[in-house]
Design a protein around this ligand. Structure first.
Ligand code: HEC
Length: 139
């Protein structure tokens, strides 16, 4: 009886805690759904690019020395702009429309679109560039 009356007296607090717990579950589920949808969209846009393979590729081709890249430790280069919010951009490097194909081809060979660009051709393959593009579209 003691416990029951204690529960009864504190019912406001219990209800509050239950409501907060429910809200956390709902927000958590929503965020998981959101990131799942973003991942699917990035895969489609880049024809199968896999963001999880991207971190060592960014390092291997020196992207990190020239760009700030969200979520990549040590990617603090200042030669080019920060590579964040790519999914919201209208243009890539101010010269081409922001489509998955264009982003992949820019990463492989910027001079195709912008002959005087200071971004060098790094020797990255198209498949690797797809993984990087998928990463950039999910961050
Ligand atoms: C030597 C420095 C350097 C390296 C290495 C480099 N970039 Fe760049 N990058 C630049 C510069 C400078 C620009 C701006 C180019 C322009 O506007 O013509 C740029 C532009 C870009 C853009 C367009 C950004 C925007 O704001 O529209 C993307 C995307 C990009 N780089 C990705 C990469 C990736 C991925 C790698 C690695 C494979 C890489 N870069 C390697 C210097 C570099």
């Amino acid at each position: 009886m003691f416990t029951a009356s204690l529960l009864y007296r504190n019912r406001g607090a219990w209800l509050g805690a239950a409501a907060i717990a429910l809200l956390c579950v709902l927000i958590g589920t929503d965020m998981a759904k959101d990131s799942q949808q973003r991942l699917q969209a990035a895969r489609l846009l880049t024809q199968g690019g896999d963001p999880s393979r991207a971190p060592p590729i960014f390092r291997r081709y020196g992207c990190t020395g020239c760009h700030q890249i969200p979520g990549i430790a040590g990617a603090d280069g200042q030669v080019g702009g920060a590579l964040s919010g790519l999914q919201k951009r209208v243009y890539i490097a101010g010269v081409i429309n922001n489509t998955g194909d264009n982003l992949v081809h820019w990463i492989v060979s910027p001079q195709i679109f912008s002959p005087n660009s200071a971004m060098p051709k790094t020797g990255i393959s198209e498949a690797e560039a797809r993984d990087l593009a998928a990463y950039l579209y999910t961050h």
